[in-house]
Design a protein. Structure first.
Length: 175
C-alpha cells in the first residue's frame, strides 16, 4: 500500500538521526522512560501513522489490545489530558510504533518558523542562544523538512485509501 514503505524508511532515518542527536545533545537531555510530560495531552497523527499503529496493535495479545481499547474511555483520555497509549509507569504502550512527533519530541529542534525549541526538562536554565551555541546544527532536527516528508507520504496513503488526513491517536484503536 502506498505510504507504508515510505513511512518505514522515514522511521529508519529518524532512528539513525537519534545517534547524531545523542552525540550532539545527549549531555543536556533528561528524556527517559517515565518522563511523560509530553504524553500528558491528546495527540493526533497522520492517517498513514494511524495505519502503522493499527498494524502494530494487531500484533499484541488480545488481552493487551482489549486493555488499550478500554483506556479510550478513561476520564483523562477523554479530557485530552493523557495520551491513550501512556502506561501507568510513564512508558509508552506502542513505543516501537509511535508517531514521528513522539520520536522527535524532547531534544532541540528547529521549528517551521526557524525557532529553536525543546522540552523544558532539557537544557536546564539555558537560553536559546546558549543552546544554539552548545549544540551542533547537524544535531538539530529540522521539523519543517521532516513534516514535509511525512505530509507527502501521507498524501500518497490518503489518495490510495480515502482516509481522513489526520485523526486522534484513539482512532488507531477502532475496529
Amino acid at each position: 500500500m502506498p505510504g507504508r514503505a515510505e513511512l518505514a524508511a522515514l522511521h529508519a532515518k529518524v532512528a539513525a538521526f537519534e545517534a547524531v542527536v545523542e552525540a550532539g545533545q545527549g549531555r543536556f537531555l533528561e528524556c527517559r522512560r517515565g518522563c511523560d510530560g509530553c504524553c500528558r495531552t491528546a495527540r493526533s497523527a497522520w492517517a498513514v501513522e494511524l495505519d502503522h499503529l493499527r498494524t502494530f496493535l494487531h500484533t499484541l495479545p488480545a488481552a493487551d489490545l482489549a486493555a488499550l481499547r478500554a483506556r479510550r474511555d478513561a476520564p483523562a483520555v477523554l479530557a485530552g489530558e493523557r495520551c491513550v497509549f501512556l502506561d501507568d509507569d510513564g512508558g509508552c504502550a506502542v513505543y516501537a510504533a509511535r508517531p514521528v512527533i513522539c520520536r522527535t519530541h524532547g531534544p532541540a529542534v528547529r521549528t517551521p518558523d526557524d525557532a529553536l525549541t525543546w522540552c523544558a526538562l532539557n537544557f536546564a536554565e539555558m537560553s536559546a542562544d546558549a543552546v544554539a551555541a552548545a549544540v551542533p546544527t547537524t544535531a538539530i532536527i529540522n521539523l519543517a523538512l521532516l513534516d514535509s516528508m511525512l505530509a507527502l507520504i501521507n498524501v500518497r496513503y490518503v489518495a490510495h485509501t480515502g482516509a481522513d488526513a489526520r485523526g486522534p491517536l484513539t482512532d488507531a484503536l477502532q475496529g
